[in-house]
Design a protein around this ligand. Structure first.
Ligand code: DQA
Length: 143
């Protein structure tokens, strides 16, 4: 099984950025933990982060036919990007939406996601474990 992890803007700043919301770990460290788990599960996994909406759209398009699943944290684009929603729809991507923080108990503007209604599911609020839970969810769906 092939899975692509896609992270949106400012997630390259994890470890320095708003630690109360996003925890202490850097994105590299989180990716290392995801990779370790994926290896044990025999999942072939790729990692991508961009601060640019267009690059995320292009990466989603590249996943078409290449990946069985996407795990995506669109970060702030969650709440703004019809382009990312359209990209996910256009390639009929099966994806899990993840967030480190619980977007539903934060500011009003974070409580709407443009991608939740087309996701397999949403995992929000478990810090870096949200990504690990997404891997478990995908693995269970596959079985
Ligand atoms: C986030 C939540 C978003 O509202 C925010 O803009 C982020 C990170 C999260 O993982 O909790 O950058 O997606």
């Amino acid at each position: 099984m092939k899975v692509q992890v896609i992270n949106g803007p400012n997630l390259n700043m994890l470890g320095q950025r708003e630690k109360d919301h996003y925890g202490e770990l850097t994105l590299d460290k989180i990716n290392e933990l995801i990779l370790q788990k994926a290896k044990k599960m025999k999942i072939d996994i790729g990692f991508f982060q961009s601060n640019e909406e267009g690059q995320i759209v292009s990466k989603i398009q590249e996943c078409s036919g290449e990946n069985d699943f996407i795990i995506i944290n669109p970060a702030a684009f969650t709440h703004t990007s019809i382009a990312i929603r359209d990209a996910l729809l256009s390639v009929k991507a099966k994806f899990v939406e993840v967030h480190l923080s619980n977007i539903f108990n934060r500011e009003d503007f974070r409580q709407h996601s443009f991608v939740s209604s087309i996701a397999l599911g949403v995992i929000s609020g478990f810090g870096y474990q949200s990504y690990l839970m997404a891997l478990d969810a995908i693995d269970n769906i596959q079985k």
